[in-house]
Write a protein that binds this ligand. Structure first.
Ligand code: ARG
Length: 467
């Protein structure tokens, strides 16, 4: 162990200590590799805190001015990559405070009046997550815009709709794409809701019990853009449910993205042949020259493993922790940082692919007409034209499918005589409903796939996303 290691932390709490920590203690304790990402938030918090201390007469305005210019200079150094982080100083907070002391001397020691790293880190972390959430929401909006732009060309494109991944009923491709726009909207709303709850200021809760100094927590809360100071000092330093909630939102978003990612994998496969990605979103194989792989889609499909994993990780870190702060909570940041990095990448990749996809409308329409996807339309026709109860009509249509299958024909080519053998009242008008396109166009109920309804939704989304 170097002398530096021995003395580094003693500048902060040296009074009680005679020897420095062991190397392994420093190694397990240091978080600066991870939490240096909080430097902007940490300095913003310190600036607000110092300004408040001065306004409340706790420190002199001269000390405040020194602290301010010192912190601003340190911020410039960090931004420019001129700052050396020292693991012996544990974390971002003590690295910055030590640098401030080096720069401005004794006045630096007054900054930590009426606060603790416990309220400091909780404040920094909330500020960081607030921005990360805003970023995620912006990314999701870009993704929605890409989906809507793509959908605009495809209100009339017929594709098979699936249930159980079996061909079910024809749908409009735009309708399918707008489904993912809806999901992304809920993801954004979840984040917005989470943001409201996390936007309260822990600053001034100090170590756990508040402080005897005449501070103004409303003032720091306001300066940092929080809605209000947190009302309970124990809660302020010890709660991380805001991070759990943000990770839950991220995990649900990742799951939604992974579902469309999987569809991209399927659609771009030779077996489906519905869509292609350009070279911008494809990769090759190191051995098979013909390959075009949708790696980005596969990686988005995998992201819930990491993001929901981070949620699970932090849930376990928090479980059973007594009040108030415990060092366990230091493990929160790495999980949240990587989860939100992963999410940002996944959202951007999905926006990129949503714009990049080009669709083979002919192949899709052919596929939409296969596998008796118009059988429901036949049953509905019997209900409408022959006044049959739906259950009976279902039976008639099922028999027709059986007969057509036996002859290797689609329903539209099954002779009328065969229909009449099943149900004598069926007449030639039935053939009008037996096509994938007619089927799609007929579903005009609100929220249905008929292009008239889909165009209404497209218009509504365009207005909403441009607002
Ligand atoms: N690096 C610490 C964390 O991330 C800061 C708070 C430390 N507090 C303490 N009492 N040791 O949680």
């Amino acid at each position: 162990m170097t002398d530096d290691t021995k003395t580094a932390a003693s500048g902060m709490w040296g009074g009680r200590f005679t020897a420095g920590p062991s190397e392994i203690m420093t190694a397990i304790n240091a978080s600066v590799d991870v939490d240096q990402r909080l430097f902007e938030q940490d300095i913003a918090g310190s600036l607000a805190h110092a300004a408040m201390l001065s306004a409340c007469g706790v420190i002199s305005s001269d000390d405040e001015a020194q602290i301010r210019s010192g912190l601003e200079a340190i911020r410039e150094d960090i931004r420019a990559g001129r700052f050396t982080w020292d693991p012996a100083l544990e974390d971002v907070h003590m690295n910055i405070e030590a640098a401030l002391r080096e720069r401005i001397g004794a006045a630096a020691g007054r900054l930590h009046t009426a606060r603790s790293r416990n309220d400091q880190v909780a404040t920094d972390f909330r500020l960081w997550l607030r921005e990360a959430i805003d970023g995620a929401m912006e990314g999701l909006t870009a993704y929605q815009r890409a989906l809507v732009a793509q959908a605009e060309n495809h209100a009339d494109t017929v594709m098979p709709g699936f249930t159980h991944l079996q061909t079910a009923q024809p749908v409009s491709l735009a309708h399918h794409l707008l489904c993912w726009v809806e999901a992304a909207e809920r993801d954004k709303q979840r984040f917005a809701d989470c943001r409201k709850r996390l936007n309260e200021s822990p600053l001034g809760a100090a170590a756990l019990a508040g402080t005897a100094f005449p501070i103004d927590r409303d003032r720091t809360a306001k300066a940092l853009g929080f809605d209000r100071p947190m009302a309970n000092s124990l809660d302020a330093v010890s709660s991380r449910d805001f991070a759990l909630e943000a990770l839950s939102c991220a995990a649900i978003t990742a799951v939604n993205l992974s579902r469309f990612a999987e569809e991209i994998v399927l659609w771009t496969s030779r077996r489906f042949g519905f869509a292609t990605l350009t070279d911008a979103f494809s990769t090759g194989s190191s051995i098979m020259p013909q390959k075009r792989n949708p790696d980005a889609a596969e990686l988005v499909r995998a992201k819930p493993g990491r993001i929901a994993g981070a949620l699970q990780g932090l849930i376990l870190v928090c479980k059973g922790l007594p009040l108030a702060y415990s060092k366990d909570l230091q493990e929160d940041k790495a999980l949240v940082f990587t989860a939100f990095d992963d999410l940002a990448l996944a959202v951007s990749a999905m926006a990129g692919m949503a714009a990049d996809l080009s669709f083979d409308a002919e192949t899709m329409e052919l596929a939409a007409g296969e596998a008796y996807s118009d059988a429901t339309d036949l049953a509905d026709w019997c209900v409408r034209e022959l006044n049959m109860p739906f259950r009976d009509a279902h039976h008639v249509a099922g028999s027709a499918v059986k007969a057509a299958e036996a002859k290797g024909l689609p329903l539209k080519d099954l002779p009328l005589a065969d229909y009449q053998a099943i149900e004598p009242r069926i007449d030639a008008r039935v053939f009008d409903v037996l096509s994938a396109r007619a089927s799609m166009e007929s579903r005009v109920s609100y929220g249905g796939t008929a292009p008239v309804r889909v165009r209404e939704q497209l218009a509504a989304w365009k207005t909403r996303l441009n607002a």
